[in-house]
Design a protein around this ligand. Structure first.
Ligand code: SF4
Length: 316
């Protein structure tokens, strides 16, 4: 048994079978790229808008969904029956309500899609959008993914995140008020951050009561601003052992109820410049598990707060 509460297992408990995620690119932009909030985007973001999906965004959404489902079925045969539509690329609430309704309807209409995951920014969720998401959550399971990356405004400034920790907290609270689950994202290894700062970011998400978390190491990706900074020697790199230590310390702080969506980056090998070791996702995960075993610890061993604020596994 894993020493942490893996999201894929929680989904299996919720739906009684393995659930597969299909990542989608609905053709949205990002307010941090188009000048609405800022220009150029987060300095770690590549041209694909932090999407691991390599499907062409010009493909109609319904076709992206059926193609993604077919790929899982080719690989897993009859085991691949139920799916989550993951609206991942760029900012998936950044459009007029009617357009959003159309985009989410594609997932609602597919009989084998059991849920939706909506990746977005805290400054792109006015109450009207959250009301729409709450309405959709009455029909299919839905969670919202908000990148925080760091709970330190100085770091958010440095990486041109163009929102503050306070805005993040406000978006989370308004989302929770509608009973929606939330997955928070953090990046460990951002320039200028100490291990203590990373753990403070983890604790911030715990204090906010998110129901899930994704952690990955800083990736220097081709096409990002950080790639230029890295080449100029401005971004210090860290070892796999450093990252494993940070992740295990983070897991100990996270209450067991918080679902672990991810502890490594995914699908970016073709863009990755550094750190090289992060290409081997399995090796990183095995090192995390070994370190947890060596410590004789598990997720939540040092948690201060026990229960996320919205629903847990099986509550939909
Ligand atoms: S908010 Fe997301 S899509 Fe927008 S620039 Fe940052 S990482 Fe990229």
């Amino acid at each position: 048994m894993l020493p942490y509460n893996q999201h894929s297992e929680a989904l299996k408990r919720r739906f009684g079978q393995k659930i597969f995620k299909v990542t989608l690119d609905a053709g949205f932009n990002c307010p941090n790229r188009d000048g609405n909030r800022a220009w150029g985007g987060c300095t770690f973001c590549d041209a694909s808008g932090s999407s691991a999906q390599i499907a062409p965004p010009t493909m109609p959404l319904a076709a992206q969904l059926t193609t993604g489902i077919a790929k899982w079925q080719d690989r897993f045969g009859s085991k691949a029956q139920k799916f989550i539509a993951y609206y991942q690329a760029f900012t998936n609430t950044y459009a007029p309500l009617e357009r959003l309704r159309e985009v989410y309807q594609v997932a609602l209409d597919h009989p084998d899609v059991v849920g939706l995951a909506i990746g977005t920014r805290p400054d792109a969720v006015p109450d009207s959008v959250l009301d729409l998401l709450a309405e959709i959550a009455q029909q299919k399971y839905l969670w919202v993914e908000y990148g925080l990356q760091s709970a330190h405004n100085s770091t958010l400034d440095y990486i041109n995140r163009a929102h503050t920790v306070e805005e993040y907290s406000d978006a989370v609270q308004r989302t929770q008020a509608r009973g929606l689950d939330i997955c928070g994202h953090l990046i460990h290894g951002l320039p200028g951050e100490t291990p203590q700062m990373m753990l403070q970011s983890v604790q911030k998400l715990v204090d906010l009561g998110v129901t899930g978390i994704k952690i990955h190491s800083l990736h220097i990706l081709k096409g990002s601003v950080m790639a230029q900074q890295y080449r100029r020697g401005e971004i210090p790199m860290f070892s796999q052992q450093d990252y494993v230590t940070w992740v295990c310390d983070s897991l100990e702080l996270l209450p067991w109820e918080v679902e672990i969506h991810r502890l490594t980056g995914d699908g970016l090998k073709h863009l990755l410049i550094a750190p090289e070791w992060s290409q081997d996702k399995r090796k990183v995960l095995e090192a995390i598990q070994r370190e947890m075993q060596y410590r004789g610890t598990r997720q939540g061993a040092k948690a201060r707060q026990a229960v996320p604020k919205t629903s847990g596994p099986g509550s939909f």
